[in-house]
Design a protein around this ligand. Structure first.
Ligand SMILES: [Zn+2]
Ligand SMILES: [Zn+2]
Length: 134
């Protein structure tokens, strides 16, 4: 079971899993949205994902041409999870919002071609210049 919340606690979410993928996305959109060098994301099935509280969605056209939707707490602004239109069966939890961030074990780096040199993780990740298979 994955559980998490925003900084102020107004929004909480939970998912029974399983984890569909675990990666760090270094695309420029994720960098700007988070103010960091990349966003750690954990994919879970959308059908069993549950969320409560005041969530606001930011819709920006992603690399697929469809909207990349980033959901954040409308009270404190914490980025919480993505609901990408390109993968409607999935929710991408931003791992820093998990109650236990240590249960996140990234395996891949996405958009490594856009990663700034200071954001390379010490973990040994399978690197993709953009997305897997592209
Ligand atoms: Zn909040
Ligand atoms: Zn990204």
């Amino acid at each position: 079971m994955f559980t998490g919340r925003c900084l102020c606690g107004a929004v909480r979410y939970e998912s029974p899993g399983p984890a569909l993928f675990a990666a760090v996305c270094h695309c420029r959109d994720c960098q700007r949205a988070s103010g960091s060098g990349g966003v750690p994301v954990l994919g879970v099935p959308r059908a069993s994902f549950a969320c409560s509280g005041p969530v606001k969605a930011s819709r920006i056209r992603g690399g697929s041409g469809l909207a990349a939707v980033r959901n954040f707490c409308s009270e404190c602004g914490s980025l919480l999870f993505g609901t990408p239109e390109a993968a409607p069966e999935m929710v991408t939890i931003y791992a820093g919002s998990l109650d236990d961030p240590a249960c996140f074990a990234p395996a891949e780096a996405l958009f490594a071609s856009q990663r700034p040199p200071w954001a390379k993780l010490a973990a040994d990740l399978l690197e993709h210049a953009t997305l897997p298979g592209q």
